[in-house]
Design a protein around this ligand. Structure first.
Ligand SMILES: [Cu+2]
Length: 117
């Protein structure tokens, strides 16, 4: 009887550990809201986003590392989030149609595009 209880406890522990691993795997990518760019693992997700004129786009940094979303321009609407620390957000409202390429000034391989129609 004592042995059966021990075995049942062992099975429960193994089961709990396995389901814990599965939860961690499915929880890797943070959920995206409409008109939101999530910064995750040194990438802008989605990398390209198309929105109508007048849309407010929200960036949120889910990395522990600071990042920026920066579009420097004299010809259309420049924007610059400045350094976003972990979980910090930045918003910009796009008033003119165009293709806005942007990057993280701290990691210049991190690039994204907002297409405003
Ligand atoms: Cu960065």
């Amino acid at each position: 009887m004592r042995l059966v209880r021990y075995a049942a406890a062992a099975v429960l522990i193994v089961f709990t550990r396995c389901s814990g691993v599965q939860a961690a795997k499915t929880g890797v990518t943070p959920a995206l809201s409409a008109n939101q760019v999530v910064i995750w693992d040194y990438k802008f997700k989605p990398q390209a986003l198309t929105v109508p004129v007048g849309t407010t786009v929200n960036w949120v940094n889910r990395d522990m590392t600071p990042h920026t979303a920066t579009h420097r321009s004299f010809s259309d609407e420049p924007f610059d989030s400045g350094n976003m620390t972990a979980n910090q957000e930045y918003i910009h409202t796009f008033k003119k149609p165009g293709t806005y390429s942007y990057l993280c000034v701290l990691h210049q391989g991190m690039t994204g595009t907002i297409v405003v129609q």
